[in-house]
Design a protein around this ligand. Structure first.
Ligand code: ZN
Length: 170
């Protein structure tokens, strides 16, 4: 196992691109102090399983990963608002959202559901990654084939953020 050297907490920005820029040319690995995700080889992983060069003097530092930072600050990169959700499918839809985002998280620790809010037949789902929201919208469209679903995308002013509206048409 690598010897863990404590080093000062890094100041980081939420976006992954910034992460890659900050880490260019640096040695060692970074652990997220909140979720235990590990950063090496230019991306975040759930563990060290694929890290090939573990050695004694490996430099280890701690930080808050972009996904945990986004969740803490409630800064979503993807938002999906579904309106006119029929009552009889609400539970099915919720389960689908949880299962889909959980599978995405298992594949990539930075892909996460931030929140799911329900109000009067409307569901608002926010995610840490824009593509996760896009894929989730497509999946919902596939699963609820009988429903007529209207999808519209709009990129908000925040760079990279995507806003998707879906509506169940009666
Ligand atoms: Zn984290």
């Amino acid at each position: 196992m690598a010897m863990i050297q404590k080093s000062k907490r890094l100041e980081i920005k939420a976006s992954r691109t910034d992460w890659h820029e900050n880490q260019k040319g640096k040695q060692g690995i970074i652990f997220c102090a909140l979720c235990n995700a590990v950063y090496y080889k230019k991306s975040w992983h759930h563990n060290l399983r694929y890290y090939k060069n573990l050695h004694e003097d490996l430099k280890v530092s701690f930080a808050t990963c972009p996904a945990c930072t986004a969740i803490k600050n409630n800064e979503f990169e993807g938002r999906l608002i579904i309106s006119n959700v029929p009552k009889n499918i609400t539970e099915h839809l919720e389960n689908l959202v949880h299962a889909f985002t959980h599978r995405a998280y298992q594949k990539d620790p930075m892909d996460r559901l931030i929140a799911m809010k329900k109000t009067n037949g409307t569901m608002e789902i926010t995610t840490t990654e824009n593509q996760l929201a896009v894929k989730l919208a497509k999946k919902i469209g596939e699963v609820f084939k009988k429903a007529t679903i209207k999808i519209s995308y709009s990129h908000s002013k925040k760079d990279k953020a995507v806003d998707i509206r879906m509506e169940f048409l009666a």
